[in-house]
Ligand binder design. Structure first.
Ligand code: PMP
Length: 352
């Protein structure tokens, strides 16, 4: 067999591109056809492989967008000392820290200690000043978001050049997705996209992609995917935030308040679906074992939601979703039979 014959179908070398550092390597992730989900529904179900970002998740985009915006506003100055402070489920902290490292800033990252060990270890590994807090309701001053805001305010009062990234309220988050993720999906599908669905942590991804796609074609259906324990499904359906149940997924769902980045995209959201953990886990294990694609919990929710949207719309449609991060970030939870059994959840058949 000769080398050219071995090239995968449709392979095009990306010859023109040498990425300019970390920032230049963010974005332009592949859009992967999910074979079994597509076959099961008669639709084309496509997953945007955000687990292939340089920092390993979709949140590299928010991290870069927020820091670039702060530089444009003169709040941070490349080459001069500066501090980035944020409260996060982990991935935004990873994205922000890596961008900060590349641009000469420090980072202080506040995370609830309940988040996966892998993300916390990774944050320490990449040099974040990691502050662990107890999980608290949003109205509590000890909530990770409130804690991070307070730390930033205190440093500013000391005269330090500091930003509070504020991924939930800072619209640079959604704007970066509107400028990159959405147009990438439009180009990759050559405009042949009928629906987009994804879960929301801040809403940056959903809002940004929704606004970009609707600007191209207002008929693209946009559906919010929500885990149990989150009130965003009911917010879309009834206007009222009402949460029931719980989920082991991380980085998505909001129990009590609508983040600014989601509110900003409300007009572009047509509907919502709710997905429980067993349904998401089934997709995670199935994709790994039969298609070699390793994804985390929120991506499992998204794939299950894409299948639900496909069933609502019927065969012949193209539905795009986000594969937010990879399974390795949750080995100690999603691939730990003991942890899963304790929660009464299905276990990966090959590990049980
Ligand atoms: N999945 C994971 C794993 C995340 O960490 C996040 C962000 N917290 C999301 C999905 C949601 O993305 P967004 O904040 O853009 O709504």
């Amino acid at each position: 067999m000769s080398a050219p014959e071995l090239a995968p179908k449709g392979f095009v070398p990306n010859a023109a591109q040498v990425a300019d550092g970390f920032a230049g390597a963010v974005g332009n992730t592949p859009l992967i056809r999910l074979r079994r989900a597509s076959e099961a529904t008669g639709c084309e179900i496509l997953g945007k492989a955000e687990f292939m970002q340089p920092g390993g998740s979709v949140k590299d985009r928010a991290g870069l967008g927020i820091i670039l915006d702060a530089e444009q506003r003169g709040q941070l100055i490349p080459g001069e000392p500066g501090i980035v402070v944020e409260g996060t489920a982990g991935n935004t902290g990873i994205g922000l820290t890596l961008v900060a490292n590349a641009r000469g800033y420090q980072s202080i990252i506040v995370v609830p200690h309940t988040q996966s060990r892998e993300k916390l270890d990774f944050l320490r590994m990449i040099g974040a000043d990691l502050r662990l807090v107890d999980p608290k309701p949003l109205r509590d001053p000890g909530h990770y978001v409130n804690t991070s805001r307070r730390i930033a305010e205190e440093l500013a009062a000391e005269g330090k050049r500091v930003i509070w990234a504020n991924q939930f309220g800072n619209l640079a988050n959604a704007a970066f997705h509107e400028a990159t993720t959405g147009p990438e999906i439009w180009t990759q599908t050559a405009g042949r996209i009928d629906a987009f669905t994804c879960a929301c942590g801040t809403g940056g991804t959903l809002t940004g992609v929704a606004r970009a796609l609707k600007a191209k074609n207002p008929k693209v259906r946009v559906v919010l995917a929500d885990p149990m324990g989150s009130g965003m499904y009911s917010w879309i359906k009834t206007g009222e935030v009402k949460a029931e149940g719980n989920s082991i997924t991380e980085g998505i769902g909001q129990a009590s308040a609508v983040p600014g980045n989601l509110e900003h995209g409300r007009a572009a959201i047509d509907d919502a679906v709710q997905v429980d953990d067993p349904t998401a886990l089934e997709q995670i294990y199935d994709l790994l074992l039969h298609e070699g694609i390793s994804i985390g919990g929120s991506a499992g929710i998204n794939v299950a939601a894409a299948i639900a949207v496909a069933r609502q719309m019927g065969p012949g449609h193209t539905i795009v979703t986000i594969l937010c991060d990879g399974g390795a970030r949750y080995q100690s939870k999603l691939f730990n039979p003991e942890f899963l059994r304790e929660k009464g959840l299905p276990t990966p058949p090959w590990l049980a």
